[in-house]
Design a protein around this ligand. Structure first.
Ligand code: ADP
Ligand code: MG
Length: 312
């Protein structure tokens, strides 16, 4: 768990980059720091591993004030991934992934086994990729190696600063899906900086949205944020199509379904379909009602009223 209590960062010129931040990030959750350029996202992130020291306030990890910890040891317990990746160009993929393990003085066999495991985890088969140089990989593959390196010694948390920012939209979408898959396996506490609200909605358990002045504007789950923006600023930042985007975050398994399945038409939806899919099906159905099934078993129906109630 990471807690920020009254954290302020004032740079030398007196400029306030982060203003009185109170924020609690639970262990195992992915929190997105979002907002326009210059709102203090990177500053907030770098204060966690003390690449930047706060001017005021306390940041604690599992109750321990990070200011009291030895910096090298603190940083080793935290994986850090940045947009520019920062792979060593003259080292092979395997050696890049192994850097931190070597610093931690792991023995050769343990390093080899871990490198193999990590390359498999990120979908770059070691036989094909371990001996390559970073220059022989695509941008997306390099970014994956960056993630593997950050995970190397099994840190408690990952800090990611716009890791997919410089990558083409298709690869980016794929890397986002991979991160979601990876997170289901490794369950790290992730703090992820992005200026892209759609990326935040897709990847975040919760979103911390900052205003341009470095103040926290709202901290909420994606669904809450879309349903109840706390201010005009938040609403503007979220942009259009809020309702439709919200529907795609809610699954039929989360809502209370209608009972009688008679006359519900021949089409049916699996219970893990989203309300967005349900809305499409309901609009297509001649009866305006669609059956919902769990496996082969009919468990209820959905109609426009079900969707309206659930989306409030
Ligand atoms: P973001 O990551 O949200 O774009 P940053 O945290 O990098 O924002 O920066 C927040 C504000 O602090 C910006 O106005 C930026 O210009 C300023 N800033 C960042 N780093 C420094 C620095 N080393 N010295 C002075 N001002 C800085
Ligand atoms: Mg930044």
């Amino acid at each position: 768990m990471i807690t920020f209590t009254g954290v302020t960062k004032r740079y030398g010129d007196g400029k306030i980059a982060v203003d009185q931040l109170d924020l609690t990030i639970e262990s195992g959750e992915a929190v997105m720091l979002v907002g326009p350029s210059g709102c203090g996202k990177t500053t907030t992130l770098k204060m966690i591993n003390r690449l930047i020291e706060p001017s005021d306030g306390v940041i604690a990890i599992d109750g321990v004030d990070t200011a009291t910890r030895e910096v090298t040891e603190l940083r080793r317990s935290i994986g850090y991934v940045i947009q520019q990746v920062g792979l060593f160009p003259h080292l092979t993929v395997g050696d890049n992934v192994a850097t931190v393990m070597k610093l931690a003085k792991w023995d050769k066999d343990r390093i080899r086994a871990r490198v193999t495991e990590l390359l498999e985890l990120i979908g770059l088969p070691p036989g094909e990729f371990e001996e390559r140089l970073p220059g022989e990989l695509s941008g997306g593959q390099q970014q994956r190696v960056g993630v593997a390196r950050a995970l190397a010694i099994d840190p408690l948390m990952l800090l990611m600063d716009e890791p997919f920012g410089a990558i083409d939209p298709i690869t980016r979408d794929r890397l986002q899906d991979e991160l979601l898959r990876l997170q289901r396996v490794v369950r790290k506490t992730i703090v992820f900086v992005t200026h892209d609200i759609d990326e935040a909605i897709k990847l975040g358990d919760r979103i911390a949205l900052f205003s341009p002045s470095g103040k926290l504007a709202q901290f909420a789950t994606p669904a809450e944020l879309l349903a109840r923006p706390a201010s005009q600023y938040v609403e503007d930042f979220l942009g259009g199509g809020r309702m439709v985007r919200r529907l795609s975050l809610i699954r039929l398994s989360d809502v209370s379904l209608g009972g009688n399945t008679d006359g519900a038409g021949s089409e049916s939806l699996p219970v893990d379909a989203t309300l967005r899919d349900a809305l499409d099906a309901v609009l297509r159905s001649p009866t305006g009602r669609v059956q919902v099934r769990d496996g082969d078993r009919a468990i209820g129906t959905v109609d426009a009223e079900t969707i309206r109630r659930a989306s409030q």
